[in-house]
Design a protein around this ligand. Structure first.
Ligand SMILES: [Zn+2]
Length: 385
């Protein structure tokens, strides 16, 4: 069920996005330089924006931390005040008790009522009552005020603790936001080298084809930089080596002798030739070298790509895992040119040559990468077995 749905989706996407069939123009390479330059600029802008945001969040966090510390200091002071108030209350309580006792002691009686009733006159009695009342009332008022202060301080402490809790929550969410932004920046940073690589690659393509006389609207390999035609019936001007079979179409094997260790088919998109490290490698047909290097992917490592013109049809050959080059980009080669030497660079477990060929579309030459992979052919369509 699932597989059918995926196949249907691929089918649908092919209808919506039909593969591009025209060859690439120089303008398209120039557009790719612009596209990746724009992408790089956007990435750099985003990273700068993120850095500013992170700085702002850091400032907020440090303000919150200061607020928390200040509040903790205030809580400490409030506790001290509560402690002092409690001590004062205890002191006043003792004072009041002492006061009552004092009057009891003077009158040598057990209760202060007796002191009052001992009054020599009504005036004296009223005076005695008022003295005791005033003194105890005074202390009671002080105690009430202190109780009120304790209450207030307790309330303040609770409020401050609650605020600190809220601030901590805010700080945590700001910290995770900061981490999210930093993570995003790191992931963007990781893609910058590949974008820069793309810009470099397409810039090189533009300047290379400009050097080959291509104008913006020229179609590469068709209206400019047209590869040389091979001499029909095979053979170039130079010695191709003894015993080399040349096919009717002028193609040859890329090495003299040796054996085939892996044929074309399935996941293997080329033919592997084996004959010892350093074996000279020849182009399968006369043509023009349009790429040499190890920047296209990691699999082939050191590679040479050649474009051939077979009666007006573009045919491409790729030579991978080389240990050295013998030609330059733009160089026209014939059947006798040693282009490089057998090696084991890239994904390789021993010295061999991976020969890959395609028709109409060449890797990093015209069209897209997908167009190229779809146009890969069995090299033995041209190369004699
Ligand atoms: Zn291979």
């Amino acid at each position: 069920m699932k597989k059918k749905r995926i196949i249907f989706l691929i089918f649908l996407s092919l209808i919506i996005l039909p593969p591009k069939i025209s060859a690439i123009t120089l303008k398209e390479y120039e557009n790719l330089v612009d596209k990746y330059s724009q992408e790089l600029k956007e990435k750099e802008d985003k990273m700068a924006k993120n850095a500013a945001e992170v700085a702002e969040i850091k400032e907020k966090i440090s303000k919150i931390e200061k607020q928390i510390i200040d509040a903790e200091e205030e809580i400490k002071n409030l506790k001290l005040e509560i402690e002092k108030s409690n001590q004062k209350i205890n002191k006043k309580e003792k004072e009041s008790k002492k006061l009552i006792k004092y009057f009891q002691v003077i009158t040598n009686e057990n209760t202060y009522l007796e002191y009052i009733f001992e009054a020599r006159s009504i005036t004296d009695m009223i005076y005695r009552i008022s003295v005791i009342e005033q003194l105890t009332d005074y202390n009671k008022n002080i105690m009430d005020e202190l109780e009120k202060l304790i209450d207030e301080n307790n309330k303040k402490t609770i409020e401050l603790n609650k605020r600190n809790k809220d601030l901590s929550v805010l700080k945590t969410s700001l910290s995770s936001e900061k981490e999210r932004i930093e993570k995003e920046t790191r992931s963007i940073e990781g893609t910058v080298p590949s974008t820069k690589g793309q810009i470099e690659f397409y810039k090189k393509q533009v300047s290379y084809y400009k050097g080959r006389g291509c104008k913006s609207n020229d179609i590469i390999g068709v209206t400019c930089d047209i590869p040389p035609k091979p001499p029909t019936g095979g053979g170039g001007n130079s010695d191709v080596g003894s015993g080399v079979i040349i096919g009717e179409n002028g193609f040859r094997r890329p090495i003299i002798g040796g054996r085939i260790s892996w044929n074309y088919g399935g996941v293997h998109k080329g033919v592997d030739f084996v004959k010892g490290c350093g074996t000279p490698i020849y182009p399968v047909a006369p043509g023009r070298v349009y790429y040499k290097g190890n920047t296209l992917d990691n699999y082939g490592a050191f590679m040479i790509l050649i474009v051939h013109n077979v009666n007006g049809k573009l045919v491409f050959s790729q030579y991978a895992h080389l240990q050295g080059y013998n030609v330059n980009i733009g160089q026209d080669v014939d059947l006798g040119t040693v282009i490089g030497y057998m090696g084991s660079t890239g994904y390789s477990s021993g010295c061999h040559l991976h020969l890959e060929m395609s028709e109409n579309y060449g890797w990093a030459y015209n069209g897209t990468y997908n167009q190229y992979t779809r146009s890969i052919i069995n090299p033995f369509k041209y190369v004699p077995r």
